[in-house]
Ligand binder design. Sequence first.
Ligand SMILES: [Fe+2]
Length: 290
Amino acid sequence: MMIDLHSHILPGIDDGATDLETSLAMARASVAEGVSVLACTPHILPGLFHNSGPDIRLAVSSLQDELDERDIPLKLVTGADNHVIPDFVPALRRGHLLSIADTRYVLVEPPHHSAPPRLGDLLFGIMTAGYVPIVTHPERLTWIETHYELMADLSKRGVWMQITAGALTGSFGKRAKYWGERMLCEGLAHIIATDTHDMEGRPPILSQGYACAVKLVGEEEAERLVHTRPLAILENRPPSTELSPIAGSKQGIEDNAGRGSSSEYLARSGQGRANSSGHAILDWVQRLFS
Ligand SMILES: [Fe+2]
């Protein structure tokens, strides 16, 4: 049994499913993948996607009815792809933003093309308010190269990280694949989700993501990425050391590098350069919280 905690399956409210037929196809495909619970997490992005908690709850309930009528065995839960906004915590508390299934775990999507200057502040503010932020698809952010050590540091300090299944299969290109694999292998990623938007370009492929993870970190940790931790989230269990990611074995990382994409990317991008920029950011974070 797998649990997919990031999807844009609700029809017609963001850049995901355009209509009910697409939503139903995505739901059937998720079930075929072995998914039993799916979080509906549409974008909430001021100026672009004007969704709000109450509307999302209604849309989830309505889609669940459609699934039940057709005997599609998929349990939907509420949530949102909450983009970074200045008053994040107040908006979460008043129900405009949504956590996953009303638990303490909340998806947080940073801007795709520019690193927010106070991302650490925001994430730790969310934690101080009693929530566990889950950064969505850090491997696909265009600024991950220069901020990798910031992401690593945030993960070690209790911010959860969600990797996209399609990044691991290569659907988002070599770059996202490299960073996704690296985060998994270094024990920095907590869950894998599909972030499915449709049936063509971004279909629900959680089992494929799971298969990639098995090769990188082994079956036990892969199971935690698609089942154990997502279930702990739905049960609103506190994040504990037992839920901490387990790094891939050295052999696994070497095998991974040997497959080509990661080592090629490393050679091309210059890992040293990324690290030195990353150190500056890390120093900044440490100053911030010291
Ligand atoms: Fe998303």
